[in-house]
Design a protein around this ligand. Structure first.
Ligand code: SAM
Ligand code: SF4
Length: 355
């Protein structure tokens, strides 16, 4: 059924469809010349935390388990995407490590695809026991979320215990020598904006990157302008304590503006999705746990690769579907004008999209 709809659409929009040969040469390139070489794959909608800024208070409706991509479906998609130029994959969720076959997915990705850079975003709660295996499996990047250095505030924001466990896993990851360990800290006025300097001090002796993330609005996540702290405000606060920050050279695809505090070993960074978007260099695509391709975090257009796969689509057909979706990608912010536009439109909760 889905495949026939696709074929029907293909005929209707033949002139819009990227040519198969061109797709093979260009990879997944949009109409703004951006080739998409980075794929973020959400492997589960489930999570062992309930972060206030991510989960709606009433929780999220989980997809039936048969709707979630199987390991084999994920690996098939990764093989396909790598064939079309994707060389970096980040596994996310929900919490990727709560998925029972997650390690197996990571190992199969390493063994069965040409993806050269493997990374994970995790809340760190059950990371510790997997660290060695993940390192052996070729994971080079770990982004671990931590929004506060104060245990009682951790319980408030995550609605769970485990502050020390998460901190321990961060330090163990550094000790094990993962090439990249980053702390993701969502800054919320009135909650943790008074801890920005303490987070900076973590980079004094530890070779880690602390990334301050601007709080983004998603359905039911309590966002409002009063809680929003901009990159400029954070930077000024840090400069008052440490003096002018030393900017690092950023790559065209970087979502983070990196800086170094003079004399400190690690780095700090800012993810300025709201105040200064970085869409011009965007090379990212997303696959949700239920198998939807999403070409932009903020845009709500999605196409179910799972359904096409389960209807028997060939790899070439899947590649055409992806190429078509990429060609329809907006230049910035999923087509919204600015942060007000994003905030006033319902977007799937972050836990469904995978950050
Ligand atoms: N469970 C994992 C974790 O927390 O790291 C991975 C999934 S989580 C959705 C991915 C990232 O999105 C986390 O670093 C989290 O802090 C961030 N995030 C979630 N909601 C956000 C929001 N409203 N604004 C900014 N970042 C958000
Ligand atoms: Fe779970 Fe991560 Fe969302 Fe927190 S931010 S609720 S840890 S998915």
């Amino acid at each position: 059924m889905f495949l026939s709809i696709c074929i029907h659409l293909s005929k209707r929009f033949q002139s819009l469809l990227p040519n198969r040969e061109t797709t093979k040469q260009e990879g997944f390139t949009d109409t703004f010349g951006r080739q998409h070489t980075y794929l973020r794959v959400s492997v589960t909608e489930k999570c062992n935390f309930r972060c206030l800024y991510c989960m709606p208070e009433e929780g999220v409706q989980l997809s039936p388990s048969e709707n979630i991509l199987s390991k084999n479906e994920i690996i098939r998609l990764l093989q396909l995407f790598s064939h079309y130029g994707v060389d970096k994959v980040r596994f996310t969720g929900g919490e990727p490590l709560v998925r029972k076959d997650f390690l197996d997915i990571v190992q199969s990705t390493k063994q069965q695809t040409n993806i050269s850079r493997l990374a994970i975003t995790t809340n760190g709660m059950i990371l510790n026991k997997y660290l060695e295996s993940l390192k052996e499996s070729g994971v080079s990047g770990l982004n671990i979320s931590l929004d506060t250095l104060i245990p009682v505030k951790f319980e408030f924001i995550t609605r769970r215990r485990g502050h020390k466990t998460v901190l321990d896993s961060i330090f163990k990851a550094v000790e094990l020598g993962f090439p990249s360990v980053k702390i993701n800290c969502v800054v919320i006025r009135g909650f943790n904006d008074d801890e920005i300097l303490s987070f900076c001090y973590l980079t004094k002796d530890w070779n880690i990157t602390v990334r301050f993330i601007e709080y983004m609005p998603f359905e039911g996540n309590r966002w409002n302008t009063g809680k929003f702290v901009s990159f400029e405000e954070m930077k000024q606060k840090i400069a008052l304590e440490f003096g002018t920050l030393k900017p690092e050279q950023n790559g065209i695809h970087d979502t983070t503006k990196h800086f170094r505090i003079p004399g400190f070993v690690g780095r700090i960074g800012f993810i300025t999705s709201m105040s200064e978007h970085f869409c011009a260099g965007c090379n990212r695509l997303r696959i949700t746990a239920d198998g939807n391709l999403r070409v932009c975090l903020f845009g709500d257009k999605e196409v179910s690769l799972r359904d096409y796969m389960r209807q028997g689509a060939s790899d070439d057909e899947l590649a055409e579907i992806v190429a078509f979706a990429v060609k329809r990608k907006d230049f910035a912010l999923g087509g919204y004008e600015d942060m007000t536009g994003i905030a006033s439109n319902p977007n799937r909760p972050m836990i469904h999209i995978g950050g």
